[in-house]
Design a protein around this ligand. Structure first.
Ligand SMILES: NC(=O)c1ccc[n+]([C@@H]2O[C@H](COP(=O)([O-])OP(=O)(O)OC[C@H]3O[C@@H](n4cnc5c(N)ncnc54)[C@H](O)[C@@H]3O)[C@@H](O)[C@H]2O)c1
Length: 214
């Protein structure tokens, strides 16, 4: 089993590689990253210790992905992950990186008949709808109430019933667009894919600042 993690040197990508390598020592994990996120280069030392190959590449460049050769699974964990990216200026970088770059990853999966796990986000939900949702403040967290005006929000969280109408940020829109493209790739090209919509993930080694477009 050969698993490529794009954005593999980032917060989520590297955490996944470290945990999965522990659980499946016989699997081969490859960390692919352009090291745009400052601090991600610090993970290269641990990759070396663990025998995890690192490939310096950019998902916007299909040739970088082609150089990986055959693989079985691609976990797409690379992105400009900031919800504020492009909000006050040209959004070209976030669109190219998160949407066109992701599509290069989908094409690479098709080439090798590999499966895809796509890290999406709760930012696909419209900002205004979420801001209007009723919630209660508990000791350690905010929880949605059961009594809501919008269908699809309850104490159990947000379901696929929630309307996606409304602005959600360029970041959220690139992720939602990628989700839609994945469905097309699944329907017309037979891509086997799983989409996960995370909320805010926090933990050690999170750098948590918008990266600057080069
Ligand atoms: N952290 C969260 O709270 C959160 C929540 C929901 C979804 N996500 C998603 O999870 C994924 C990982 O997020 P993260 O928090 O680890 O972010 P991160 O910035 O720590 O990691 C992203 C990594 O991708 C790399 N990268 C960026 N553009 C690239 C490109 N064009 N080619 C190759 N590598 C590139 C960066 O150098 C970085 O190492 C992202 O897709 C993000 O949208 C994160």
């Amino acid at each position: 089993m050969k698993i490529v993690v794009t954005g593999g040197a980032g917060f989520v990508g590297s955490s996944l590689i470290f945990r999965l390598k522990e659980k499946y020592p016989a699997y081969e994990f490859i960390a692919f990253d352009n090291l745009k996120r400052r601090g991600s280069e610090l993970n290269l030392i641990d990759f070396q210790k663990l025998g995890v190959p690192f490939v310096h590449g950019d998902i916007r460049n299909a040739e970088d992905l082609a150089a990986l050769g055959n693989f079985d699974v691609l976990i797409e964990a690379s992105a400009e992950p900031s919800v504020t990216a492009g909000l006050d200026s040209d959004p070209t970088y976030v669109i190219n990186n998160n949407l066109y770059g992701s599509i290069n990853c989908f094409n690479a999966c098709l080439k090798y008949n590999a499966k895809l796990i796509f890290l999406s986000t709760s930012r696909v939900y419209p900002i205004e709808t979420i801001e209007k949702a009723a919630f209660t403040e508990n000791g350690t967290r905010f929880s949605f109430s059961d009594n809501q005006t919008a269908a699809g929000i309850s104490a159990a969280g947000i379901s696929e019933q929630l309307s996606l109408e409304g602005a959600r940020s360029f970041y959220g829109t690139t992720k939602l667009s990628s989700e839609l493209f994945i469905q097309e790739y699944a329907a017309f090209y037979g891509l086997q894919a799983a989409i996960t919509r995370f909320g805010v993930i926090a933990g050690p080694d999170k750098w948590a600042k918008p990266t600057r477009a080069l």
